[in-house]
Design a protein around this ligand. Structure first.
Ligand code: C5P
Length: 400
C-alpha cells in the first residue's frame, strides 16, 4: 500500500507555465490513493482551467479566499485538515510570499495555517532561480523544514535552456511518498541491479534477454523513498527514481565490476537483473557479413555475480536474489537460496499471465532460510517492491 493511501494532500498550483504539469501530478497522487484538494492562484488559472484539475482531483478546485461556497472559513480549514501540502509549480512570487508569511490569497493562508509538512517545487527561468533573493528565500524555507524538490535543467518557456524546469511528476510524487512514508532505511546503503545484460557477438549484435528492468527500478525507488542511499546498476534507461544514483552497464562482466567495486561496504545488495548465463567466447570487433555464412558462436559461462557475493558476504550484509522460473518455482528458488547463500530470494513464475518480464504487474513468492514461503499476489511492481523492502527491513533489524 502506498504511504499516500487515504492521505489528504493539498496541491497548490501557482502561475507558471509548468502549471499544466500539476494535472499529471494530481492524477498520480489520486492513483496512489490520496485525497487531493487542489488550490489554484488567480495567475495559475491563466495557464490551466480549474475544470481540468477539478475533474481529476478528489474535490473541486478551491480558488477563493472570500465568498467561498464550499468551505466557510477557507483560510484556516483547508490547511488544518491537510496531511501534506505540495506546491507545484511554485513561482518566485509564491516562494517569497511564503517566506514572509504574506497571506494575500487562499494558498498562502493555507500554507501558514497548517502544521502539515510542506513540499515546495520551484519552477522559473534560470536567471530568476539563481537570483540572490530566490536563493535566500529557498534557503530560509529549507532551514524551517520545508522540503524543496529542486527544479531540473532543460528546456524552459520561450525556448531558453537551463536550470529551473519543474521536477518531473514522478520525482514530486516520490518526494511526497518520502515525506509521508516510513524512513526505516535511513543510513542504509544499497546496491540494486536491474535489466538484462547484453553480451556482444560482434560490434552490432548481442545476445540479450527479455528483462525490462522495471522491477529492479521499482525496488530502487521504494528503497530510496524510505531513506536508503541507493546505487542502481542498470542495463536499461528508464526514468531515474528520485534520490537514486545510476551506474550504466551492458555486459555481465561490467555489471560484476560495478557491483564488486562497492559490495564489501554495502549493507544490502539486491540482484534483480537478469544476468546472461552464457556469452560468446570471442566477439568480433566488426559487423560479421551475411555473405560469409552463418557464424559458429561458441559460448562460455559468465561469472555468477550473486554466488560470488554470497561466498564473500561480510557479516551483517543482506543479500537478495531473484529467480525467474517457468516450472517448480518454489523448489528451484529454494535451491538457489541455499546454493548462493542468500538472505532472501524473490521467485516469480514468468510463464504466468501478467507476471514478470516487461509487465507492469508481478506476483512473487518470498523465500527466506528456515521460514515459510510468503506469496505476494498479482500487484503493481511498486507494491511488490514494497513487500520486498519490508522483508529486507525486517531481516536488517534481526541482524543488527
Ligand atoms: O541461477 P539463476 O540465474 O536463476 O539465479 C538468479 C539470480 O542470480 C538473480 O538474482 C540474478 O541476478 C543472479 N545472477 C547473477 N549472475 C549470473 C546469473 C544470475 O548474479 N551470472
Amino acid at each position: 500500500m502506498s504511504p499516500l493511501q487515504g492521505k489528504r494532500i493539498v496541491l497548490g498550483v501557482t502561475g507558471g507555465i509548468a502549471a499544466y504539469k500539476a494535472i499529471e501530478i494530481c492524477r498520480r497522487l489520486v492513483d496512489a490513493g490520496a485525497h487531493v484538494v487542489p488550490i489554484m492562484t488567480d495567475a495559475a488559472q491563466h495557464f490551466v482551467g480549474p475544470t481540468t484539475l477539478s475533474a481529476l482531483a478528489s474535490e473541486p478546485v478551491q480558488t477563493e479566499l472570500w465568498n467561498n461556497a464550499t468551505t466557510p472559513i477557507p483560510h484556516t480549514k483547508v490547511g488544518q485538515g491537510a496531511d501534506l501540502i505540495v506546491v507545484a509549480p511554485a513561482t518566485a512570487k509564491a516562494i517569497a510570499a511564503y517566506r514572509i508569511g504574506y497571506s494575500h490569497d487562499l494558498l498562502q493562508n493555507t500554507l501558514i495555517a497548517t502544521r502539515a509538512p510542506v513540499i515546495v517545487c520551484p519552477a522559473m527561468h534560470t536567471e530568476m532561480w539563481e537570483h540572490p533573493s530566490v536563493v535566500d528565500n529557498i534557503s530560509t524555507l529549507r532551514e524551517r523544514g520545508v522540503h524543496i524538490v529542486e527544479p531540473e535543467s532543460g528546456r524552459l518557456a520561450g525556448g531558453d535552456v537551463g536550470a529551473g524546469r519543474l521536477a518531473s511528476p514522478e520525482s514530486i510524487v516520490a518526494a511526497a511518498e518520502r515525506v509521508l512514508g516510513p524512513s526505516d532505511l535511513l543510513g542504509v546503503s544499497m546496491i540494486v541491479s536491474a535489466g538484462g545484460t547484453r553480451e556482444p557477438i560482434d560490434s552490432v549484435r548481442v545476445i540479450a534477454n527479455r528483462s525490462s528492468g522495471k522491477q529492479g527500478y521499482a525496488v530502487a525507488a521504494e528503497a530510496a523513498a524510505r531513506g536508503a542511499s541507493v546505487t542502481l546498476v542498470s542495463t536499461v534507461s528508464l526514468p531515474v527514481p528520485a534520490g537514486v544514483t545510476v551506474v550504466s552497464v551492458e555486459t555481465a562482466a561490467q555489471m560484476q565490476a560495478a557491483i564488486e567495486a562497492h559490495a564489501p561496504s554495502t549493507d544490502v545488495i539486491v540482484m534483480a537483473a537478469a544476468v546472461a548465463d552464457f556469452r560468446p567466447v570471442h566477439a568480433a570487433d566488426h559487423k560479421l557479413k551475411k555473405h560469409d555464412g552463418a557464424p559458429e558462436v561458441v559460448l562460455e559461462a559468465t561469472p555468477d555475480i550473486l554466488a560470488g557475493l554470497g561466498e564473500r558476504k561480510p557479516e551483517g550484509q543482506v543479500l537478495v536474489g531473484f529467480a525467474a522460473e517457468t516450472n517448480d518455482l518454489v523448489a528451484n528458488a529454494q535451491s538457489k537460496l541455499e546454493r548462493k547463500r542468500l538472505d532472501l530470494i524473490v521467485a516469480n513464475d514468468v510463464s504466468a499471465p501478467d507476471v514478470g518480464f516487461a509487465h507492469d504487474t508481478n506476483a512473487v513468492t518470498l523465500l527466506r532460510p528456515g521460514a515459510k514461503p510468503v506469496e505476494i499476489d498479482l500487484a503493481s511492481k511498486r507494491d511488490v517492491a514494497r513487500a520486498v523492502i519490508d522483508t529486507i527491513a525486517e531481516i536488517q533489524t534481526g541482524k543488527n
